[in-house]
Design a protein around this ligand. Structure first.
Ligand SMILES: Cc1cc2nc3c(=O)[nH]c(=O)nc-3n(C[C@H](O)[C@H](O)[C@H](O)COP(=O)(O)OP(=O)(O)OC[C@H]3O[C@@H](n4cnc5c(N)ncnc54)[C@H](O)[C@@H]3O)c2cc1C
Length: 384
């Protein structure tokens, strides 16, 4: 195996998970981590419940780049952007023109926020939160302000709605869909979530297409296609993420929805791997923490000479809406079956089963979440 370093591009949870797993297996292998950001370690999921948990942007970062360098015995270069990969010479081109040789390359590039094409003079003031620097800007913007409009009632939009309303902000959530968490919950689950968040003071606007964002007297007006105007101090966009694939694509690495990798997390090129939000592993783009944990373990073994495929067990997602505890394991998009729903005032238990009664997915809300452990055991593996 080459003596040249393992170079990891990206210092998010995926990059750092690989470093930690690598160091469990090999203390000597030279590792260089490059990142466009500050490269401090933090848990990104904490950003959407930091107000109610009393965290600040500063306390969320638990170790800066220097501390991580010391702890993990790796070289970390913050504020360093990789602009091209030359796989024939196994060289990275950095923004300042420097060339860096890699032995094995790990792309842990993350995902970009999707930005809606909106009109209006307030568009440049729309915020989104996909990292701790975004979050700092968001916290500054809401400081001393009363109202926030959120575009998008998906997982991140609902979590922020709960967090903001939980500390007394007036919250509006606008979504093109008919319910919250439309991609994850069957209608009965969406209705339960809606009622709980409304009881906390969240104002939902469904079937609502946002057309423009306009400045008005120090506030921002969200203008909907039906003409309705929603006035608030701050607008947060949470309409989804798109894997960062540009660097890979421009460097000749195969890209589909994400950077295409096989079960060994390997691209079509020797010694070039990808994981985390940027990766499409056997056709699956899973922008969550648990897939990263499993992928990092397998990849670390491969990088240290023990070629290891990744296996994904069932990986339910806990939605961080404390007003409405929720666990979801959505069925695969190609799965055929039906939802069986039991709902009452305390909770919703929705099971997605095939014609033979096999459990393929679930959504548990409120009191039904206590059944999660038993149900997880019945779910099929995501990648057996
Ligand atoms: C608000 C919020 C809440 C969430 N809550 C949950 C949750 O409760 N549970 C859950 O499972 N998941 C949750 N997620 C998703 C989870 O946080 C992500 O799946 C995970 O953090 C992605 O990590 P990553 O390392 O792949 O990407 P990122 O954290 O985005 O890291 C990408 C890194 O790549 C670097 N980079 C990119 N391009 C270059 C380049 N060209 N050169 C150098 N460096 C580069 C960036 O600087 C960054 O360091 C949440 C996400 C958000 C935004």
């Amino acid at each position: 195996m080459s003596q040249d370093p393992v170079v990891i591009v990206g210092s998010g949870l995926a990059g750092y998970a690989v470093v930690r797993e690598l160091r469990k297996l090999d203390n000597e292998l030279p590792v260089i981590m490059l990142s466009t950001d500050h490269a401090g370690f933090y848990s990104k999921p904490m950003l959407s419940n930091a107000l109610t948990t009393g965290k600040t942007p500063e306390s969320i970062v638990t170790a800066d780049a220097n501390k991580m360098m010391e702890q993990q015995k790796v070289t970390i270069r913050p504020h360093t952007c990789v602009t091209a990969i030359d796989s024939s010479s196994k060289t990275l081109l950095l923004e300042d023109g420097e060339k860096l040789v890699y032995g094995q390359l790990v792309l842990a590039l993350g995902a970009d926020q999707v930005h809606l094409q909106l009109q209006g003079d307030g568009v440049s003031e729309i915020l989104s939160v996909n990292d701790v620097d975004d979050y700092r800007r968001f916290r500054d913007a809401i400081s001393g302000k009363k109202s926030v409009s959120i575009i998008g009632a998906g997982l991140i939009g609902c979590e922020f709605a709960n967090d903001l309303a939980g500390v007394g902000h007036q919250v509006h959530v606008v979504d093109i869909s008919t319910q919250p968490l439309g991609r994850l919950l069957p209608p009965a689950g969406g209705e339960f979530m809606r009622q709980k968040l409304e009881a906390l003071g969240v104002n939902f606007h469904f079937n609502a297409i946002t057309k423009s964002v306009e400045r008005s007297d120090g506030s921002l007006d969200l203008v909907l296609e039906n003409g309705e105007r929603i006035t608030s101090d701050v607008v947060l966009s949470a309409v989804g993420l798109r894997p960062r694939t540009k660097l890979a694509q421009e460097s000749g690495i195969q890209v589909n929805r994400g950077v295409v990798v096989n079960r060994h997390l390997q691209t079509q090129l020797d010694d070039v791997y990808a994981l985390g939000d940027c990766a499409e592993v056997e056709g699956k783009v899973l922008p969550f923490v648990m897939p990263i944990t499993h992928a990092a373990r397998a990849l670390a073994a491969t990088l240290t000479g023990n070629s290891t495929p990744v296996h994904y067990p069932a990986m339910p997602v806990m939605v961080k809406t404390p007003i409405c505890p929720t666990v979801v394991s959505p069925p695969d998009a190609k799965a055929s079956g039906e939802w069986q729903v039991e709902a009452n005032e305390e909770g919703v238990k929705a099971l997605f089963q095939d014609a033979d009664g096999n459990l393929l997915g679930f959504a548990l809300l409120g009191s039904a979440t206590k059944e999660k452990i038993a149900l997880i055991k019945q779910l099929p593996a995501v990648l057996p």
